[in-house]
Design a protein around this ligand. Structure first.
Ligand code: ADP
Ligand code: ZN
Length: 747
């Protein structure tokens, strides 16, 4: 019995996933976690950013009959989630200080009267007496703790109030508890479970491998130009984040970008709150392309279409690096992560570590070693990265990091140059660091060269053809590829067995020849999302993006709330022709189809190669055309005389012949909303329809009908969404459509 019940629940969850959110299937961890939640067990979910944590509690919330409380650390996060949920017509509210008195009261009312399905709160608000009293008026089905690392002292944004959530929860002992985080370290995990009293078998962790992030590390030798070069491969519509070490660096980089025509804004703790907020908001709403930030930026950013993250300086540890790159590509599309690595950065960090003391110093040193291990790795970048989070990565080639895609084409035979440096190491006695060796190769007259008589060596001044920087890069490649060993304490270079093979046994050395400025264009080619589309389709993509932005502006929400880039790419690829096909697009459920289908489909149509689908063949209606004695051969010949009539004309004619909407749905196998679309086109073609018949479909009371009509007149708009927003979502899209049609019929 119970089993059957659970099966029904999970089927229900799958149906909601498709109908409401527009996705075909659950990701593995989502599925098992939701099953566990629906079984009534406390559930701890660990997924990387973009893994799809939100659905893990939002779908159960829609299935539970009581209220789901979501504890969230930031108002901006709450707002974001609520805006997104409203797009699906899900009733979610928040209680916090950003609300006006009326808004607060409205929200309280909708909690009391059972309309709200989800309530977002900060832990501080939860702990207030009046909140607890309010919650006691409702059945509480679920407590969700988002960003659960805040519970842990070891987490990066610890908030003491989080530790009291467990006490509050005891007062609502029938509610199931869900905790979600993207922080994977063992210590934080253990601490969260302990604090929340979770049992051992409640943990669901998905792989931390973000397959669509391209990981690339480039030696920093001319950062400004390297950055500009990198950006060239993106369109000016591709949003990105650039992380810098210092405020000063943030400011000068922002200036550089603005000078080169990019819309970039700074974000760091030195700016006043207002300016930071404005800059962040502009970025979220696609009004600027790039945010240049210190690590202060990112928490609470839900933007899904970030296409690149650049680390202009070395991040301080792998965990923050992983979090920062994790802000890219949350929509599941390819995104680029570039780290510019300079030796000077290591020195800077070492200096700061030197200022620390005791345990803190030891931990910081370990962090630095870990990140340097990642930077220096010659193997797939995913091996050290995932290893850090306790995961074994065993793929031979990930195809999405510089080490894996560094193809033979990129490599050139550099044996001759390598030999020069190797010989220089040998002739100077396997003890000098790169700076001196390069001085010798480039024929320097430095005191050190003279002191050791190195100007008398046969290698002296044999490397004038290359710059200092180029030689440095080559020396690093030799170290990286194991031909040379660098003494960790003194920095002196020594030749290894591998190196000897090149010198004495004629082995070839393949490396990447250091251009003066390292060109990044090669992998850049596929960078931009729209680059994955043909030229024609990317034009369509841009048109869709424009409409999305206009709609988002009208409604005052960020564009990704309307549709993710992934949905738009899917539209540009599949070119849906009607509502039913539109429903097949990734991220399009019933609500979004109703809301936006009529805005996006006409644009797609313009870009579609043929519009013949618009025409359907009218087959003779057997009942009316033929009597019972008809001749089969006559039927056949008649069938061949098919006439082409536009579908909407057919639908309109049938309607005017007396067919009602339900009949039309079943005859043409279309949804009600599609019938309305056809009738609209029919009328725009110049035919007329009896307005009262249309109005009779409306189930609104006369007052509300009047209100909708007024709004249409007032806003003089062709789109439904602004009216919907104006009415605060109290009137459904379908109803608004009926009134729109009625107005059209009246002319
Ligand atoms: P997180 O909170 O883990 O960072 P989100 O919940 O914001 O991630 O989800 C990231 C993106 O993935 C969102 O655009 C979301 O709609 C999408 N997504 C989530 N689950 C699925 C799924 N099962 N199929 C397709 N897309 C999904
Ligand atoms: Zn790899």
């Amino acid at each position: 019995m119970e089993l059957l019940y659970n099966l029904q629940m999970i089927n229900k969850a799958e149906k909601i996933l498709k109908d409401v959110f527009g996705y075909d299937s659950f990701r593995f961890v989502q599925k098992v976690a939701i099953e566990n939640i629906l079984d009534g067990n406390d559930t701890f979910i660990i997924m990387p950013t973009g893994g799809g944590k939100s659905l893990c509690y939002q779908i159960p919330a829609l299935i539970f009959d009581g209220l789901t409380i979501v504890i969230s650390p930031l108002i901006s996060l709450m707002k974001d989630q609520i805006e997104q949920l409203r797009q699906y017509d899900i009733n979610a509210v928040m209680l916090n200080s950003s609300l006006s008195f009326e808004e607060y009261q409205d929200n309280v009312n909708s909690i009391r009267n059972g309309e709200a399905k989800l309530l977002y709160l900060a832990p501080e608000t939860l702990l207030m007496n009046r909140t607890i009293e309010l919650l006691k008026t409702r059945k509480i089905s679920c407590f969700t703790i988002d960003e659960a690392h805040c519970v842990s002292e070891w987490g990066h944004d610890f908030r003491p109030e989080y530790r009291q959530i467990a006490e509050v929860r005891e007062q609502f002992s029938n509610a199931v508890c869900i905790a979600l985080t993207a922080t994977a370290t063992e210590r934080v995990r253990v601490d969260i479970k302990k604090t929340l009293n979770f049992s051992g078998s409640c943990e669901f962790m998905s792989s931390f491998n973000r397959k669509k992030l391209f990981l690339k590390i480039v030696e920093k030798n001319d950062p400004k130009n390297q950055l500009l070069d990198f950006l060239k491969s993106f369109s000016k519509n591709d949003p990105g984040i650039i992380y810098c070490f210092s405020r000063k660096q943030v400011n000068s980089t922002t200036e550089l970008l603005n000078k080169h025509g990019y819309l970039a804004r700074p974000y760091h703790a030195g700016l006043d709150t207002e300016e930071r907020k404005t800059n962040q908001e502009k970025f979220l709403r696609d009004k600027i392309q790039i945010i240049v930030a210190t690590i202060a930026f990112g928490m609470g950013i839900n933007k899904t279409n970030v296409r690149f993250v650049v680390h202009y300086d070395l991040p301080k540890n792998i965990e923050s690096y992983y979090q920062e790159i994790g802000r890219a590509g949350r929509d599941g599309l390819r995104a680029e992560c570039l780290l510019l690595f300079g030796f000077g950065d290591t020195k800077k960090i070492e200096y700061f570590i030197g200022e620390k003391e005791g345990n803190e110093k030891i931990v910081a040193m370990q962090h630095l070693r870990d990140i340097l291990g990642y930077v220096d790795s010659v193997k797939c970048r995913r091996i050290p990265l995932l290893n850090y989070f306790g995961e074994n990565y065993s793929e031979e080639n990930c195809g999405m990091c510089d080490n894996c895609v560094e193809t033979k084409e990129d490599l050139t035979d550099m044996t001759d140059v390598a030999k020069k440096l190797l010989n220089c190491i040998i002739e100077t006695g396997n003890m000098f660091g790169p700076t001196h060796l390069i001085d010798v190769l480039r024929g320097s007259h430095s005191q050190k060269v003279k002191k050791f008589n190195h100007d008398a060596l046969s290698v002296y001044a044999t490397g004038n053809d290359l710059s200092k920087k180029q030689w440095f890069t080559i020396s690093k490649q030799l170290i990286k590829k194991g031909l040379v060993f660098q003494d960790p304490e003194y920095g002196g270079l020594k030749i290894t067995q591998l190196g000897q093979k090149v010198i004495y046994e004629g082995e070839t050395f393949f490396g990447i020849f250091p251009q003066e400025i390292k060109k990044l264009k090669k992998s850049a080619k596929q960078k931009s999302v729209i680059m994955e589309l043909s030229e024609h389709d990317s034009e369509l993509f841009n048109a869709l993006r424009k409409t999305r932005k206009e709609l988002a502006n009208e409604m005052g929400v960020p564009p990704f709330v309307v549709f993710s880039d992934k949905s738009l790419v899917d539209m540009a690829n599949k070119k849906p022709k009607n509502n039913d096909e539109f429903l097949d697009i990734n991220g399009v459920g019933n609500q979004k189809m109703e809301k936006y289908g009529s805005d996006f489909l006409p644009i797609i149509k313009k870009f579609s190669p043929n519009t013949t689908d618009e025409f359907i063949v009218e087959e003779k209606d057997l009942d009316s055309t033929y009597d019972n004695n008809f001749d089969l051969s006559e039927l056949h010949s008649n069938m061949k005389k098919k006439t082409k009539i536009r579908k909407h004309t057919l639908v309109g004619n049938r309607y005017n012949d007396g067919a009602d909407i339900e009949e039309l749905c079943s005859i043409f196998k279309i949804k009600e909303i599609t019938v309305f679309e056809h009738l609209k086109k029919y009328m725009l073609d110049g035919f007329s329809i009896n307005p009262d018949r249309i109005l009779s479909r409306s189930s609104l009371d006369i007052q509300t009908q009047k209100k909708v009509i007024e709004h249409f007149r007032e806003l003089s708009t062709d789109t439904i969404s602004p009216i919907y927003e104006k009415l605060n979502g109290t009137v459904s899209y379908n109803e608004i459509k009926i009134i729109q049609l009625y107005l059209l019929c009246k002319g």
